[in-house]
Design a protein around this ligand. Structure first.
Ligand code: ZN
Length: 243
């Protein structure tokens, strides 16, 4: 090999090594996966008996999120679990409003409320976490929807859009900068949680294949659109580097 050509190749290789080690984009040969760090938290929304097959408000194939979430959770140092946790006779239950049926709407003090079958009543087996969830690293369980007159899809702010659950402060005090939202249901509690995370200044991702939707009157497409506008990133579990 002529000397000049050899030197050029060596020089190029060295330059490339330098650039790669500097982490510049465009030179990697495989799509970069997201690596959860100390500032990342996995939020597991409402994976409870009420929302899976056999529950009081089943989300179609809701139980299928369990193995996906279990696998993801092994890669996160910080895991938060939420539970829908209603009083008996809660304002979000159709049975609490004369003449109303589940999935109709009504006006409550804070605006329009979808009315649901009675579900996730505090302390009931229906409200318990799914028995196959395997989250030994979960550090906090946030219960929501326990004020009789106010629903709470979001893990951060109740449906009056004023009352915090405390999760935002907890995550900030813990130095969490980005959240990865999973669970049930994509178009209600997952979406509201992810969008409120953005409002509170967190980077927010929804891991789509770790969620399942209710999809009531086009609510799933609407939720993805609203999440996109809010800056929530839509990813798959395969985008996360496994532990
Ligand atoms: Zn509920």
């Amino acid at each position: 090999m002529p000397k000049l050509q050899r030197r050029t190749i060596l020089h190029s290789a060295a330059a490339m090594a330098g650039l790669v080690s500097a982490g510049l984009p465009g030179l990697s040969w495989a799509a970069a996966k997201i690596r959860p760090d100390e500032g990342s938290a996995l939020i597991v929304v409402d994976v409870q008996n009420c929302f899976v097959t056999g529950g009081t408000l089943p989300v179609a194939k809701g139980e299928e999120v369990v193995p996906v979430i279990n696998r993801l959770a092994k890669g996160f140092a910080n895991v938060v679990v939420t539970q829908d946790w209603h009083t008996p006779g809660h304002a979000s239950f159709a049975s609490s409003h004369a003449g109303k049926k589940p999935f109709e709407t009504t006006k409550l003090s804070y605006g329009t409320q979808v009315l649901w079958p009675d579900h996730c009543v505090q302390g009931s087996p229906d409200a318990a976490l799914h028995k196959d969830l395997d989250l030994p690293r979960a550090q906090v369980v946030v219960r929501k929807g326990y004020h009789q007159k106010v629903d709470s899809y979001s893990a951060f702010l109740e449906a009056d859009r004023k009352t915090p659950t405390g999760l935002g402060g907890y995550l900030k005090q813990r130095g969490i900068k980005r959240v990865f939202v999973t669970g049930l249901a994509t178009d209600f509690c997952v979406a509201w949680t992810a969008m409120d995370a953005r409002k509170l200044g967190f980077e927010a991702y929804v891991i789509e294949d770790a969620t399942r939707a209710i999809d009531l009157n086009g609510s799933l497409a609407a939720a993805w659109k609203q999440m996109g506008v809010a800056g929530v990133k839509r990813i798959q579990s395969s985008d996360i580097e496994s532990a």
